[in-house]
Design a protein around this ligand. Structure first.
Ligand code: TRP
Length: 336
């Protein structure tokens, strides 16, 4: 039997999860949970590279964990855990630091952007962020990493670090590749449909959050930017309508032809209402499940504890090899 491939992704506990993250990534992760070994890590250690509120970090870490499960990711089929619970991430980061060049890290565009935005807090962790990310990925012998445009350079660096290490010591790390889902396009901003829907957009009307109340969802769709043509058709130059059609299609599984026929001769008002309702229907089970899970702290604790244990067992296999290769004396008291 062919070995199942491993997918790894890290999810920031800062900010909220949007409809774009759901349609573009998470809903696909739910579909592939039998086909791949999937490892999802809530990256609280990455989150402290910028100034943050500790209380919020603690809440948001658990929120993201609960939300991933509420979206349908099964914590027994997948490994869903909290990064700081698996200290192997920090340990491998240190070792990989010694195989990563200052020049390489200086060229990371995200580092340059973030340091320009936070000139008072250009800390070593921010600089080293991509090495922690490389450790995340390489610990699990990851084959595939779902990444957006903004993380491509970091993934490329992870490959370079892995290659450099393998070149010196033999095949220790699997070289990760970007994972591009077969379907599921980009969801655009509702207020500026030429830009991606982004959780960091300060305008709340631009984005649908997974935990938005139905009234908020309907209101945001009613206000969505369209055009003045009043024809529901998927065409160049109609980015607002194209975006709503893509969302409606993803939520209802109707194709564009069917949608065009359904709304032919009807105004945008009807179409926006239908799209809003389809999203309310899509997200309401997620919201219900989330509200249930977040109250059940015992269950969540059990899930993140078990999953951290499963992650650590895998991580240790890689780390043992790495320690040996670099010449660390073997720890003999393990599990004694
Ligand atoms: N840096 C990623 C982001 O900001 C999060 C992340 C951390 C990640 N470690 C990862 C993504 C490993 C993929 C693989 O979105």
């Amino acid at each position: 039997m062919e070995r199942k491939k491993t997918i790894f992704s890290g999810i920031q506990p800062s900010g909220e999860i949007t409809l774009g993250n759901y349609l573009g990534a998470i809903s696909n992760w739910v579909k592939i949970q039998n086909e791949y070994n999937c490892v999802y890590c809530v990256v609280d250690m990455h989150a402290i590279t910028v100034r943050h509120d500790p209380k919020r970090l603690r809440e948001q870490t658990l929120d993201v964990l609960a939300l991933l499960i509420a979206c349908g990711l099964d914590p027994e089929k997948n490994i869903i855990f909290i990064q700081s619970h698996v200290p192997q991430h920090a340990e491998l980061t240190w070792i990989l630091n010694c195989y990563t060049m200052y020049g390489e890290l200086s060229r990371m565009t995200q580092f340059k952007d973030k340091s320009a935005k936070n000139p008072d807090n250009i800390n070593a962790g921010l600089f080293d962020y991509p090495v922690l990310m490389a450790a995340d990925i390489l610990l699990y012998q990851t084959d595939l990493v779902p990444v957006g445009e903004d993380q491509k350079q970091h993934l490329e660096l992870s490959r370079n670090i892995a290659q450099r290490f393998n070149f010196l010591y033999g095949d220790v790390f699997t070289l990760p590749e970007p994972y591009i889902p077969k379907i599921g396009g980009r969801v655009m901003s509702l207020t500026d449909p030429d830009m991606k829907m982004s959780k960091s957009d300060p305008n709340p009307n631009s984005k649908i959050l997974l935990l938005d109340e139905p009234e908020a969802i309907m209101r945001k769709f009613r206000r969505a930017v369209t055009d003045s043509e009043a024809v529901v058709a998927y065409r160049e130059g109609k980015s607002g309508i194209n975006n709503l059609m893509a969302i409606y299609s993803a939520a209802t599984s109707k194709d564009y032809k069917t949608i065009e026929a359904e709304f032919s001769g009807r105004g945008y008002g009807d179409f926006k209402t239908a799209t809003g309702e389809s999203v309310v229907e899509l997200l309401s089970p997620v919201r219900t499940k989330f509200n249930e899970l977040i109250k059940n702290k015992d269950y969540l604790t059990r899930v993140y504890t078990d999953n951290a244990g499963r992650a650590a067992a895998l991580a240790d296999r890689t780390l043992e090899k790495v320690r040996k290769k670099v010449g660390f004396v073997k720890k003999e008291n393990k599990n004694a």
